[in-house]
Ligand binder design. Structure first.
Ligand SMILES: [Zn+2]
Length: 426
């Protein structure tokens, strides 16, 4: 049994990760079972060896691809037969160019690339929103300097799939049959695969060993209930091995069922509780502040909210089933933020008074309220260095108190980015 399977079994059986890293990006290859390998990267590359060549799930990102290919090559010399994109996120498709060029450099045919029909549409959207994606990814993954926002660059060199499918597709390579299933979940273009003769599932990002990325505040719609349904479809097949695109592989039907069921249940709970309140006519504000996952869920090693978090998922559910209007009539056609900030600042006796109160609230631990006042102050006097310094400190403190990468990234970037109208960060 590969070491990562031993680790994953221990974590699942004990319900504790004991400080172990479940999401590693070492580019190390592990042989998970005979003829099946996983390279741990961001994201993973999974390969099945067949007589006709390797069938590969995902190509990792641009930064990891060449090391992942080297790792594969130490394991198998067979040509790349088919590449399946589990979805079109750049950490799964970004390495495709390197895989194709590697095959061509060995005088082998270009590997066939298979994906759901919506992957190509995603690439079109990425071309239309290249600058936006550069800015939001700089925020999400931790800005280190102001320049991260000034020269937006996002990947554009995508390799389009050569074979597309709609809901299901099967293909054979050597002795192995691969069944591809489309699912909505983290994306609208997801594929998970079932390899019946081996009782193996490749789950893509439908399992990531963190709380599901079903609420990302800066990105397009996610589908929590459909995500849960896909996990339940996987459980019904009674797989013996599950290979996710992030996190650890899982061996044993009972373990797979336990983990997938808990993730599905957490998503179903958020959808149910949010819809119940929407149907009762509640505003988004009260729903966001009331709906929580069931007790202990966020302690599970495969559900920690270290990337996305439940509060964002609730907002995403509101957007999916409702509209963008949050139920507060002042928000329907609001005054510009700057005008509102001037008004509040003048009522408070000046923007600096707002900033000082923001600092007090921040120090007392009321970071939510502190950020409102700091932002009003910053917008009211964008060129006041003292105010901007306080605003930056308030957001730094906020970031330091957040658990999810997405919240931390946005608050940390707020500390670096000047508010509109301002010329420098504090
Ligand atoms: Zn991913």
């Amino acid at each position: 049994m590969a070491d990562i399977l031993t680790l994953s079994s221990r974590i699942i059986d004990s319900g504790s990760d004991e400080g172990e890293r479940t999401n590693r990006t070492t580019c190390e290859l592990s042989v998970i079972a005979a003829g099946i390998a996983m390279v741990e990267a961001f994201g993973h590359v999974i390969a099945f060896e067949t007589d006709e060549g390797l069938v590969i799930f995902d190509t990792s990102s641009q930064a990891f691809a060449s090391r992942a290919i080297d790792a594969l090559r130490e394991w198998s010399a067979r040509p790349f037969h088919t590449i399946v994109y589990t979805h079109g996120h750049v950490d799964h498709v970004g390495g495709a160019r390197a895989f194709v060029e590697h095959a061509v450099s060995r005088g082998e045919p270009r590997p066939r690339i298979v994906a759901h029909r919506n992957v190509a549409r995603r690439f079109g959207r990425y071309d239309a929103t290249n600058g936006y994606n550069a800015v939001i990814n700089a925020r999400q993954f931790g800005p280190t300097r102001l320049g991260d926002f000034k020269q937006p660059r996002f990947m554009s060199d995508f390799v389009a799939p050569g074979v597309e499918y709609d809901s299901h597709m099967s293909f054979r390579a050597g002795a192995l049959e691969f069944e591809l299933h489309h699912a909505l979940g983290e994306t609208d273009d997801h594929t998970w695969a079932w390899i019946p003769s081996r009782r193996v599932i490749c789950s893509g990002d439908l399992l990531t060993w963190v709380f599901p990325n079903a609420g990302n505040p800066q990105k397009v719609q996610r589908y929590p209930l459909e995500w849960a349904r896909a996990l339940r479809d996987m459980i019904a097949l009674e797989p013996d091995l599950l290979l996710p695109a992030h996190g650890l592989p899982i061996a044993g039907n009972a373990r797979i069922r336990k983990v997938l069921n808990e993730v599905a249940s957490a998503l179903e709970h958020l959808v149910e509780e949010t819809l119940r309140r929407m149907n009762a006519g509640q505003r988004l504000d009260s729903i966001v502040n009331e709906v929580r996952p069931p007790e202990d869920v966020l302690e599970r090693p495969w559900l920690k909210p270290v990337y996305d978090e439940p509060e964002f998922v609730v907002r995403n559910i509101w957007r999916l089933y409702g509209g963008w209007y949050d139920g507060n009539p002042a928000h329907l056609k609001p005054a510009p933020d700057v005008e509102l900030s001037h008004e509040i600042a003048s009522l408070a006796g000046g923007a600096i008074a707002l900033a000082h109160r923001a600092a007090e609230l921040s120090e007392s631990g009321d970071h939510r309220l502190a950020c409102h006042l700091a932002e009003f102050a910053g917008l009211a006097e964008p060129d006041n260095g003292d105010i901007q310094a306080i605003r930056s400190r308030v957001y730094e403190a906020r970031a330091a108190n957040e658990v999810s990468l997405m919240a931390r990234g946005i608050f940390r970037s707020a500390a670096l980015e000047p508010p509109p109208g301002g010329t420098q960060a504090g």
